[in-house]
Design a protein around this ligand. Structure first.
Ligand code: FEO
Length: 392
């Protein structure tokens, strides 16, 4: 793909990775992704903002053919999907300087063996004049590593945001014109990468508020010509108030736990509480992560395997614990044979969540009317707690 103009003398470069299905050997990519870089050609100096994943280095270097000089390589984030082609760029443009935050400098040396003398560090708010274009650097830590910064082109009111506001989407379209599709992909990205740092993301959003922004160009996915769309979406996701929603990740080995889940879903629905259930042996965990952005209550449903939760449930509980969603209440339901330790184990596995624990409902073997009555009581209790929290 050839460079594509965003503004006069500002171009998109990079790669659309249609086929990638896993990121960091961890995160599912149902829609592929892209690695966006940007070239800003001032009257006196030329800057390249980020590069591309090493898998696309040859293609990326082909895109730079015809560019006689690059003065600055702005490395907004040290992760290799954006920094991976920097060594190749420095090889072709030996006079270029890498511009990075001081934390990024350390990471670029550690991960890519870039020579220290090639890196110029910039402070939060510092500017570089390219001649007609001024780049201002804004530290935005934890989107997605601690060193990440954004770059604001003052004259164009254009923000290069790196992972911040990004989405894993492969598309021939450069822009976020299909906002419904981009919303879901960006929410998945937020959930998987940034939700653990929600309070810091809030600060980062506040830092951007004084800037007049007409376009946001992230380093994954679509470019926003309507930046209010994605900024408002982030404001909703980072808010402290969850929705009137219960999320139930579950596994059932012989059908008993599934009966309990189905009864709980029906009972909550009668109380007008929204529910999402996820059968974990067939679930893309990204969809579970997306639902956790909004959930007020997490109900972990698991059979007992020897004396522990089912391993897939433990994995999902560990994921929820790591993503640190804003859930307020949590409990466990499930069937067991001879041990009732699962609730305690799940509580240990989700100990980072700041939740009120609701009494679990465990059932020996096949659930009967007494278990279903307890599940109805649990649904009542959840509905009341949501109402008291002002969520209905
Ligand atoms: Fe897209 Fe954190 O790298």
């Amino acid at each position: 793909m050839k460079p594509r103009p965003l503004r006069d003398n500002i171009y998109w470069l990079g790669a659309v990775d249609w086929d990638r299905r896993l990121f960091d050997s961890l995160i599912p990519l149902p829609d592929g992704t892209s690695y966006n870089a940007y070239l800003v050609r001032g009257r006196e100096k030329t800057a390249l903002v980020d590069t591309a994943d090493p898998a696309f280095e040859t293609m990326f270097m082909d895109q730079l053919k015809g560019i006689g000089s690059i003065d600055y390589v702005i490395s907004q984030h040290g992760e290799q999907d954006h920094s991976g082609a920097i060594p190749a760029v420095l090889c072709r443009y030996p006079d270029a300087k890498v511009v990075a935050s001081s934390k990024a400098k350390e990471l670029l040396i550690a991960h890519l063996n870039i020579e220290e003398k090639k890196i110029v560090t910039v402070e939060d708010g510092q500017q570089i004049d390219l001649g007609g274009y001024t780049l201002q650097f804004i530290y935005t830590p934890w989107v997605h590593w601690p060193e990440t910064m954004c770059t604001y082109v003052k004259e164009e009111k254009l923000l290069f945001s790196c992972d911040f506001f990004g989405s894993h989407i492969a598309s021939s379209s450069l822009y976020a014109d299909d906002e419904a599709m981009v919303y879901q992909a960006a929410k998945r990205y937020y959930a998987e990468i940034m939700m653990p740092f929600r309070s810091i993301i809030k600060n980062n959003i506040q830092k951007l508020e004084p800037l007049e922004i007409e376009m946001i160009a992230p380093s994954h996915g679509a470019v926003y010509r309507n930046p209010g769309f994605i900024i408002d979406a982030y404001r909703e996701w980072i808010s402290d108030t969850p929705k009137n929603l219960v999320v139930i990740p579950y596994i059932s080995m012989h059908g008993s736990t599934k009966k309990m889940v189905e009864h709980l879903v029906a009972s909550l629905t009668e109380h007008s509480v929204a529910v999402k259930q996820f059968e974990l042996s067939g679930t893309d965990l990204g969809t579970l992560a997306i639902s956790l952005v909004d959930a007020a209550t997490l109900v972990v449903a698991t059979p007992t395997v020897h004396m522990a939760p089912h391993p897939l449930v433990s994995y999902a509980a560990g994921l929820a614990n790591a993503l640190h969603p804003k859930v307020k209440f949590a409990t466990v339901i499930g069937s067991y044979g001879w041990s009732t330790k699962v609730a305690q184990r799940i509580a240990e596995q989700t100990s980072a969540l700041k939740v009120t624990i609701i009494d679990p409902v465990l059932c020996k073997g096949n659930p009967g009317s007494d278990t279903f009555a307890k599940i109805d009581q649990l649904a009542d209790s959840i509905a009341v707690k949501h109402k008291e929290a002002g969520l209905d």
